[in-house]
Write a protein that binds this ligand. Structure first.
Ligand SMILES: [Zn+2]
Length: 667
């Protein structure tokens, strides 16, 4: 780890505090402060009048205390004078109502006036601040995305129509690709085609709307990045993402243009397996590079559960273990006013360093003592890749099945099963190279391009293992079902034909109606039995099952009941040196999925990691093992004798972890 820091709001606290704050930060082990992302009205109080002296003074004060700066463009919160004079810069919601000033992220991403003002403030700031060598990176805006709503204004509609024209050429081709023949949806002119985020419209239209909004946000980010790079080419450019899986913007494309992937990762918002999934995603977004945690909490978010001081330490060690290069706290001091006045900073409202400051200080000084020995370790070795495809995600969200088959939930379930085995995985887009992996998992990847299928084929022929689950290759890239059996382009590799499928809801009883679920209406499970390796295995499937016929694959397990009784439930097919396994349901019970996963892992010759109790993680990086206990119970993990106990306690063949304990062993 290289940077330990916090978000700092000098425009709010004023110059009187700069010296005091910088001194306290230094004493807490902080060496980076994020500054400026909401400060536009203090940087440019009137149009074209810039007041940046306070900013220079702040950055210089931080420099004197050895503190670097992650400087931000302030475009997340336009000043009142801008939106009053140019109300068209505010976004329009789906119901046609324009957002009013007073929140944040209420601007229209495509509006040319907003883009011009954003370009100007970014140009002025980057030129004016270029001399400060302690600015090590620029952050664009803050948490890009539809915080209030995506925009439906006339500018966005016109850009959407131009974007569609470029994609489809003619309205007739758009009609053909979207399959508009049902419910009289044919278009005759581009001006008729408007944005939609509504399940009552064609799913193709909603899918393309989601692609468009993501593309516009990325275009905005790229134009802003170009200005920064022109004025300060030596400084990294980034933005702060969210997630594990952030569903509104294709982060693989967004961060491809930026220098480092950053996540605002509030460990208390998600379960620990979701937090680890987030770190695995942000490590995967830019392969071979470290990720940054640009925000996490040291105290309670709003008036909610505060972390235990030792739990805060466990999160920071987990972040370091997973390959973070920065771990930053939101925020330095609890605000007195505004929308987030209950969200606890490191300092109290009073500005005094109390318990949270001490917890941060203890943790950061400990991390700094060790990071020289740990920061050059290679990233964790990931033998498994989970494919995380934005087209599939948006396809599910755009169609009504999204409420039944939660795509992100499928990805998280697969990730959790790997994490429970302490096996590190990457989460990759479909265009990523597959050769670094031994097992590639496709959780209901609905859209399979020929190009991706060919690479999957090559991967298996060369000895790799593919585990495909559920609704694989059943739709085209406009979110329409295929008019022929699936999986598209993968019939040979998987050795199957998917003719259709069935959602597993209970049948309508005599005393109930389909539309008014009685207590009896419920999701049902269907049994599965068979042999994996040499082991007899039973379990159940839920949510959706596929109607599969064999096309060269071998039968491993079959459904025992339901409409598809005796039909294939789990099959596999050898190709070249590798193997492809297909699971004919979107959801297996946890134990059964564990058996199928273990079978795939054994085919791929991947062993489980170090055995640990639930929510105690073990991450190996080269010759160092990190053990982090995220629970309130003590845990003892049998471990070989290390060369050095770097952190924590080891005795008599056991690493001893107290509540939220950490142990780092070098071999
Ligand atoms: Zn707009």
């Amino acid at each position: 780890m290289k940077y330990l820091g916090c978000a700092y709001y000098p425009e709010y606290w004023g110059a009187d505090r700069f010296e005091t704050d910088a001194k306290l930060m230094q004493a807490a082990g902080i060496n980076i402060a994020r500054v400026g992302e909401f400060a536009w009205s203090r940087m440019e109080p009137k149009e074209g009048e810039y007041t940046l002296d306070w900013l220079h003074q702040c950055i210089e004060t931080l420099a004197r205390y050895g503190i670097n700066v992650l400087m931000c463009t302030p475009t997340a919160t336009p000043p009142e004078w801008l939106t009053s004079k140019h109300p068209e810069t505010c976004l329009v919601r789906a119901d046609g109502v324009r957002a009013v000033h007073g929140a944040r992220r209420h601007y229209c991403t495509t509006n040319q006036t907003y883009r011009r003002f954003s370009a100007t403030i970014t140009d002025v700031l980057t030129k004016d601040l270029a001399r400060h060598r302690n600015i090590v990176a620029w952050q664009l805006d803050n948490e890009f995305g539809p915080e209030l709503s995506w925009c439906f204004c006339p500018d966005c509609q016109a850009r959407f129509q131009a974007w569609l024209r470029e994609r489809y050429g003619t309205v007739e081709e758009l009609n053909r690709r979207w399959g508009t023949g049902f419910w009289s949806k044919d278009y005759t002119d581009w001006s008729q085609v408007t944005l939609s985020n509504d399940l009552s419209s064609y799913s193709s239209r909603t899918l393309d709307s989601k692609r468009f909004w993501s593309a516009m946000m990325i275009e905005f980010a790229e134009k802003q990045s170009d200005i920064i790079r022109r004025n300060t080419p030596h400084v990294m450019v980034t933005t702060n993402g969210m997630g594990p899986i952030y569903s509104h913007i294709d982060y693989y494309k967004l961060f491809a243009y930026l220098d480092v992937a950053c996540d605002d990762l509030y460990f208390d918002i998600g379960t620990m397996d979701a937090n680890v999934c987030a770190m695995n995603i942000f490590r995967s977004i830019k392969p071979g590079k470290r990720f940054w945690v640009t925000e996490t909490g040291s105290g309670a978010l709003d008036h909610n559960k505060p972390p235990h001081p030792l739990q805060f330490r466990a999160w920071a060690w987990s972040s370091l273990a997973h390959g973070a290069e920065a771990h930053m706290i939101f925020r330095w001091r609890t605000c007195l006013s505004g929308q987030e006045q209950e969200l606890q900073g490191i300092l109290e409202h009073s500005g005094q360093p109390r318990q949270r400051y001490k917890a941060v200080q203890n943790c950061f000084l400990e991390l700094r003592k060790h990071w020289e020995n740990l920061q050059d370790l290679p990233p964790p070795d990931a033998p498994v890749a989970i494919v995380q495809d934005y087209d599939t995600l948006w396809g599910y969200e755009a169609s009504r099945i999204g409420s039944s088959v939660k795509y992100t939930g499928l990805v998280y379930d697969v990730h959790k099963a790997l994490w429970r085995r302490n096996i590190v995985c990457d989460l990759i887009p479909t265009d990523r190279a597959l050769n670094p992996y031994r097992l590639v998992i496709l959780p209901s990847t609905m859209m399979i391009s020929q190009e991706f299928a060919e690479r999957l084929n090559l991967f298996v022929r060369n000895g790799g293992t593919v585990l495909a689950i559920g609704q694989i290759g059943m739709r085209d890239d406009s979110d329409n079902y295929l008019p022929y059996p699936g999986p598209d382009h993968l019939q040979e590799l998987l050795g199957i034909r998917i003719e259709g499928g069935m959602y597993l809801k209970s049948h309508v009883e005599a005393d109930e109606a389909l539309w008014e679920p009685a207590p009896k209406s419920r999701d049902i499970e269907v049994g599965i039995t068979g042999v994996l390796g040499a082991k007899k295995v039973h379990g159940s499937a839920g949510t959706w099952v596929a109607d599969v016929s064999l096309n060269g694959a071998s039968f491993l397990m079959r459904f025992t009941d339901g409409a598809y009784a005796e039909q294939p439930a789990v099959v596999s097919r050898q190709t070249g040196g590798g193997n492809a396994i297909y699971v004919a349901s979107t959801r297996l019970d946890t134990a059964l999925f564990g058996e199928v996963l273990d079978h795939a892992l054994s085919q791929a010759r991947i062993q489980h990691g170090i055995a640990t109790p639930e929510n105690v993680e073990a991450i190996r990086r080269a010759n160092v093992v990190f053990l982090v206990n995220h629970t309130q119970s003590s845990a003892s993990i049998p471990m070989d004798t290390p060369r050095e106990v770097m952190v924590g306690a080891y005795r008599a063949g056991m690493a001893d972890l107290g509540p939220y304990g950490v142990c780092v062993l070098r071999y």
